[in-house]
Write a protein that binds this ligand. Sequence first.
Ligand SMILES: Cc1cc2nc3c(=O)[nH]c(=O)nc-3n(C[C@H](O)[C@H](O)[C@H](O)COP(=O)(O)OP(=O)(O)OC[C@H]3O[C@@H](n4cnc5c(N)ncnc54)[C@H](O)[C@@H]3O)c2cc1C
Length: 458
Amino acid sequence: MATQFDAIIIGTGQAGPSLAARLAGAGMRVAIIERKRFGGTCVNTGCIPTKTMVASAYAARLARRSAEYGVVLGAEVTVDMRRVKARKDEISGRSSTGVETWLKGLANCTVYQGHARLESPREVRVGSEVLSAEKIFLDVGGRAATPPVAGLDQVSFLDNSSMMQVDFLPRHLAIVGGGYIGLEFGQMFRRFGSEVTIIEMGPRLVSHEDEDVSKAIREILEAEGIHMRVNAECIRASRHANGIQVSVNCTEGPPDIVASHLLLAAGRRPNTDDLGLDRAGVARDAHGFITVDDELRTNVPGIWALGECNGRGAFTHTAYNDFEIVAANLLDNDPRRVSDRIPAYNLYVDPPLGRAGMTEAEVRRSGRPALMATMPMTRVGRAREKGETLGFMKILVDAENKKILGASILGTGGDEAIHCILDIMYAGASFTVLQRAVHIHPTVSELVPTLLGGLKPL
Ligand SMILES: Cc1cc2nc3c(=O)[nH]c(=O)nc-3n(C[C@H](O)[C@H](O)[C@H](O)COP(=O)(O)OP(=O)(O)OC[C@H]3O[C@@H](n4cnc5c(N)ncnc54)[C@H](O)[C@@H]3O)c2cc1C
């Protein structure tokens, strides 16, 4: 006999727990199922632990630069990786426990621990139990994909999850993947003291960003001593007396890298291959993402897919927004849609990259008349005062309706300053509203109106 609920949620990542709370609060009997740690990727192996480690790496970097600020430190700066990890574990563990305690304390909500599989469009199996409900919500997230690197069966390698156990300093960390995960780990371990080589199969880092942004990031990382190998179309790993040999066919640089550790950071895949989707008739695309409509309904009535597993966003804020969309439609008679969302994200290298809307390349491809302005961070007083003047800002505006199309802020505080642009985009207002706003001195945001004053035809 199946245990009856009104709603079953699979996964306690960034959409599931909030949805459980809303549905249970509305009087529904809710079951939520988690197979690993509460809080999912962001809390346990993604955003929170990596940004905690990025903060340790920033502290190490600042300590090494202390003399520039007139601060005299006694001895050579060293990093205690056990303490870095302990701090990370403490902060991320507290978040995970917080989610678990919250869910277990919710009225009308039953928490199950174990791997969940759909048995039918209305039934889910967890271990020996079968649960049934008229509404099922899939928030199963994703995991690291293994890139096509020959010889991986011969060597041991790390991914974003196993990196969380590293409490020592790798002598030489080779990273396959020049996307945001690879770059964040690369810079932090370089700052901790490792030799780092980033191997990217494409011609440049973070290839979906504009070329000038990608080039500036490369220069920033290379200036810290990170080795870059791009155009590495063919990568082979093998054992070596001193660790792991990674052979690359790059046009520049030696053909072999001998590293002590290998991190694979070349993409993610959705956790949809062992979810019983076929039994329920839920459709997936060629990459395994569950196909959904603009309100996150799957092809099977009564089943929704939220978060990374639907391929409509690969971030915590997009997963959380998925919860908001589903809750608004189901409970508030408020027709929120995925297509209302403006693409926005940060890359947490230092200085960070804040991104909103379209890139310059996308605007050019769209063929619409546009205006663009750029400004180096050396012109930003706040950046000069902090001694952090690397990077630049760029903004694009539609020449006809005066609305902001997109922006990139690569620079200190760029991860926060981008929001003044994002919010004007959400307001659908003309760029002149932002240009005439009086921002607080001294900040990075203060220069955004000045940046807009420099708009020129693209
Ligand atoms: C290294 C790294 C850094 C990142 N940094 C950032 C960042 O700075 N900012 C940002 O916005 N995003 C970041 N992300 C992305 C972010 O972590 C994810 O986009 C976000 O966690 C997705 O949330 P989700 O709810 O879709 O899935 P998840 O958080 O992955 O949660 C899914 C949950 O479902 C569970 N589950 C899966 N299958 C089953 C099953 N069959 N039965 C039971 N339970 C199951 C999983 O165990 C997991 O707990 C980062 C990711 C990584 C890997």
